[in-house]
Design a protein around this ligand. Structure first.
Ligand SMILES: [Fe+2]
Length: 170
């Protein structure tokens, strides 16, 4: 079924003819944030090994930040006058091919989960930067939201990466 993407009336300064570009880009980023959030959960639940006491609660902390990020981005899309596209069937269609082969591997150990999680986070950080670079002048509020959530994402990546470099991983 084709998904309809229809602008509804909103009261803000955004030109309706350009708002769709921002909403589509933010929608793509939202999908990736949701995928990363689930990866963080998967990694939290599958943590094993000597670093458990540090890594397991850190994943929980990152999850909370990402849940807030999802809400900020999704609500900005709605403020731009477009619906969010975070339904299960949409996510399955968009993300199924991209991430499943990697992230559903139940045989992974702690290091493999950290590796793939940090890599996904790096890619997401790159997507934030691309949006900010492209739209900061014309859609500064969306860019500001991504600066805010990107600042936290990068900080969390720094913490996760620290565990990759420690001596205790299996
Ligand atoms: Fe838990």
């Amino acid at each position: 079924m084709k998904i309809r993407f229809i602008k509804s009336a909103t009261v803000n300064y955004i030109d309706p003819t350009t708002a769709i570009r921002y909403a589509e880009e933010l929608g793509s980023i939202l999908t990736r944030v949701i995928a990363y959030t689930m990866q963080i959960r998967q990694a939290h639940w599958c943590t094993k090994g000597m670093s458990f006491s540090g890594v397991h609660p850190l994943y929980d902390e990152v999850y909370e930040h990402l849940a807030d990020a999802q809400d900020l981005i999704a609500e900005r899309i709605v403020q731009l006058g477009f619906p969010t596209r975070a339904s299960y069937d949409h996510l399955a269609k968009i993300l199924g091919q991209t991430y499943c082969a990697d992230t559903l591997n139940v045989g992974f150990g702690e290091k493999e989960y950290l590796d793939i999680t940090v890599r996904m986070g790096q890619e997401l950080s790159g997507a934030f930067h691309t949006f900010i670079e492209s739209f900061a002048k014309e859609e500064n509020i969306s860019a500001d939201i991504l600066i805010e959530v990107g600042r936290q994402l990068d900080k969390d990546l720094w913490k996760l990466q620290a565990h990759l470099e420690g001596p205790k991983l299996n």
